[in-house]
Write a protein that binds this ligand. Structure first.
Ligand code: 13P
Length: 269
């Protein structure tokens, strides 16, 4: 996690580099399975020294919030609708999520873009409503394998960030978390190489600074997602500008997820 604050004595800006680890459970775990996981996970992680958020299915949110109330673990959702209420069968609004105490919402995940036809324009509307409700969006961006093979990955990320950040008030920019998840790395066991990771994160950081200002961009946290697990977390989290990870499969097991948290803590400066 990048925390920027004024130092009382020197007046200078201090940047704390603690990592931010987010679990995206996707469509996994019943309420009782979530309860079992969370109780075990809390018992394994009594002194967490980084920020951790768990994003279970909607149905588990209330239970998760209750169980994690006394812990440092934050709870987020995996999606929401952009309208506040109305005739949108099967949908959940940001306002509803805020009302139960959720803190984060994952938006524009490639699975939502792919299977539910979410466009950057739709994601942008969701980002706005999430921010209006004082929740923090985790905006997912990423290229397909063919885009990477054609050398078009940076262009894709630039377009996705540009469109999903459109008309976001400057004072809200720092609330946003961006997760770079190459689509070909999700659930495949493949990850970007360390060099590719370095290059992409420098690119995103520079692009954000250029478009939204150095100060604002410094507080936007950048996560890597796509087959991050207990074997590769430390290496990926050590890459400059990687502020944390968005983890799918490996976040479903409390022991593996704890292992990743421990590695993130050891990387945090
Ligand atoms: P995996 O960690 O299972 O590859 O999933 C990544 C992801 O999509 C997180 O949002």
């Amino acid at each position: 996690m990048v925390l920027i604050y004024q130092d009382k004595n020197s007046g200078g800006v201090i940047v704390s580099n603690k990592k931010f680890i987010v679990a995206n459970w996707k469509m996994n775990k019943t309420v009782s399975e979530a309860e079992e996981f969370l109780k075990r996970f809390i018992s394994l992680n009594k002194n967490i020294d980084i920020e951790v958020a768990i994003c279970p299915p909607f149905l588990c949110l209330e239970k998760a919030l209750k169980i994690c109330k006394e812990s440092k673990i934050k709870i987020g959702a995996q999606n929401c609708h952009f309208e506040k209420s109305g005739a949108f069968t099967g949908e959940i609004s940001a306002n509803m999520l805020a009302s139960i105490g959720a803190e984060y919402v994952i938006l524009g995940h490639s699975e939502r873009r792919n299977y539910f036809y979410e466009t950057d324009k739709i994601v942008n509307k969701k980002v706005k409503t999430v921010l209006e409700n004082k929740l923090k969006p985790i905006i997912c961006v990423g290229e397909t394998l063919s885009e990477r093979e054609k050398g078009k990955e940076k262009e894709k990320i630039k377009t996705q960030i540009g469109l999903t950040f459109k008309d976001i008030p400057p004072e809200k920019i720092s609330e946003i978390v961006v997760a770079y998840e190459p689509i070909w790395a999700i659930g495949t066991g493949k990850t970007v190489s360390i060099e590719e990771c370095k290059e992409m994160f420098v690119f995103i950081k520079n692009y954000l600074a250029f478009e939204y200002g150095l100060k604002e961009s410094r507080s936007i946290r950048l996560l890597y997602g796509g087959s991050m697990n207990e074997k590769n977390a430390k290496e990926l989290l050590s890459v400059p500008n990687v502020d944390g990870g968005l983890i799918g499969g490996a976040s479903l097991n409390p022991f593996k997820f704890t292992d990743i948290i421990n590695q993130a803590e050891s990387v945090a400066q």
